[in-house]
Design a protein around this ligand. Structure first.
Ligand code: HEM
Length: 481
């Protein structure tokens, strides 16, 4: 019997309300709602979100089918189209030959061997930040961790890829990022139904964002024309359209530049924030990290060789990306009908991949709310289905910046722990914000920083037994505990 003649086999899922489907619980607490779907219905769940039929897919083989095996059938879809108001037609928002040509053009600077070149910039920018922390530690002032991480990743990205010293207190920071999130997601409100010439708050914000970005893009390009420096802007200026052979237009360069700035700095900053907080919250992890940093770095900043040897630090980062994946959901839309895990998917249906939900699937992660870096020993990784872990996505659309992000995380986490102890300001509760793009803490994260005395003795040996992770409040912010 063909799919056309047999009854469709629909995945289980919530019934939802008439017309709205499950929009109510989705809006109330999206993370909790999606985790509950996996718990109550399984690894392929069908739901209605207003007019959209959506399948949440966390079963590893089905995830592989969407992202790898049959990836040509699954395009970006309506959510990514919303990103276009800011990012235009860049790597994140396009498909097919256009995307392929652009990916090929920028890929060389993101290869594993190439990203090691960013280490000197990374070390310099981190040292600059830590000098400010020395002063704050001496004065007993707290540090706004998220803001500092956003600055650090923005400065590093800009210097490393564009040889451009961006002023982190202007243009792209916090308010702009918040505006970007808002204009990309606030559609369908009554003021947006007005004729296009009527000014609205959203349109004013879009204009403001573009004005700020236009200045940055113009500066980056002018500086490249003068100096010829900046590996990524160099590739973009020399790239040619594969069909016409013509150089990229100014608009294409702007869109890609903006995509990289936006996709590259906030995600890494969020990951840094969660990793540092997780370390501060788990003394046995802190101890083991200290021991590795002392042994491998011995007080010096990381370089290409030593950064590679920070294997426990890498496991800590991997575990943090499991527990708190910054890109916690991402969508696709089916072009043709398909079958996922035995269930039918119709053309036009949306697919929701959720690193957060996949990473908390008890079938692949024992005690998923516990923070335990030993889940990432080479042996443990080999024994798990690959698609149970996807902080950077997978397949041809896997994050182009994944090696860069992992290197940044390892180097910055090591340098901060080499010199400081962090602790959260008492009484400051930590929860996920309403996560739209990245899984950020709900509000500013204030930490006190304490400078470690140089030469402080640190325990050399790691605990003999595999330390059981602890499920502490930090481990479970999405459920609000
Ligand atoms: C911890 C940090 C990061 C995380 C968790 C992350 C996560 C992701 C994920 C999950 C995707 C795939 C989305 C999908 O398939 O729909 C993605 C794509 C992308 N990321 Fe990242 N990312 C990070 C850092 C970076 C950095 C440092 C850069 C660049 C400097 C970057 C640039 C991009 C771009 C351009 C894409 C689109 C790639 C394409 O479709 O060809 N990301 N990222």
């Amino acid at each position: 019997m063909t799919t056309a003649t047999r009854a469709k086999n629909r995945a289980p899922g919530p019934k939802g309300a008439p017309l709205l489907g499950s929009l109510g619980p989705w809006k109330r607490n999206t993370a909790e709602f999606l985790l509950g779907l996996q718990r109550d219905y399984g690894e392929i769940v069908r739901m209605q979100l207003g007019p959209f039929t959506v399948h949440q897919v966390t079963e590893p083989e089905a995830v592989r089918r969407v992202l790898v095996e049959n990836n040509g059938n699954y395009v970006r879809g309506p959510l990514y189209e919303q990103f276009r108001v800011v990012m235009g037609k860049g790597l994140l928002t396009t498909d097919g030959e256009f995307w392929r040509g652009h990916r090929r053009a920028v890929q060389p600077v993101f290869l594993k061997n190439a990203v090691a070149d960013i280490i000197p910039n990374l070390v310099q920018a981190t040292n600059e930040m830590l000098e400010g922390w020395e002063r704050k530690a001496a004065a007993g002032e707290p540090v706004d961790l998220m803001t500092d991480m956003l600055k650090l990743t923005l400065v590093t990205l800009s210097r490393s890829l564009f040889a451009y010293d961006i002023n982190p207190s202007t243009a792209l920071l916090k308010t702009i990022v918040d505006d970007v999130v808002e204009v990309m997601f606030r559609r369908g409100v009554p003021s947006e139904m007005l004729p296009s010439w009527v000014p609205t708050e959203r349109k004013r914000k879009i204009t403001r964002i573009h004005r700020a970005f236009d200045r940055v893009v113009a500066d980056v390009r002018r500086q490249y024309a003068q100096t010829g420096e900046g590996p990524l802007i160099g590739l973009m200026e020399q790239a040619a359209d594969p069909e016409t052979g013509r150089p990229w237009t100014a608009q294409q360069i702007k869109d890609e530049l903006l995509t990289v700035y936006l996709a590259g700095h906030e995600t890494t900053a969020v990951a840094l924030c969660w990793t540092l907080l997780s370390v501060a919250h788990h003394p046995h992890v802190q101890e083991e990290l200290d021991a590795e940093i002392a042994t491998v770095l011995g007080g010096a900043p990381p370089d290409a060789a030593t950064a590679e040897s920070l294997t426990y630090t890498k496991m800590v980062v991997d575990e943090s990306l499991r527990m708190h994946p910054p890109i916690w959901i991402f969508p696709r839309a089916a072009v043709e009908p398909d079958e996922l895990g035995g269930y039918d998917v119709d053309a036009g249906d949306s697919i929701l991949l959720s690193p957060l939900v996949s990473h908390h699937n008890p079938r692949h992660w024992d005690n998923p709310l516990a923070f335990d870096p030993y889940r990432f020993t080479p042996q443990a990784v080999k024994e798990r289905p690959r698609m149970a872990y996807l902080p950077f996505g997978s397949g041809p659309r896997q994050c182009v910046g994944n090696f860069m992000a992992l290197l940044e995380l390892r180097v910055i986490v090591a340098m901060i722990n080499q010199r400081f102890r962090l602790s959260r300001v008492p009484g400051d509760s930590l929860q996920y914000g309403s996560p739209v793009i990245s899984l950020r803490p709900v509000k500013d994260v204030m930490v006190t920083v304490r400078a470690r005395e140089r030469g402080t003795a640190v325990p050399a040996a790691r605990p003999a037994a595999h330390p059981a992770g602890s499920a502490a409040p930090l481990s479970c912010p999405h459920t609000g505990s």
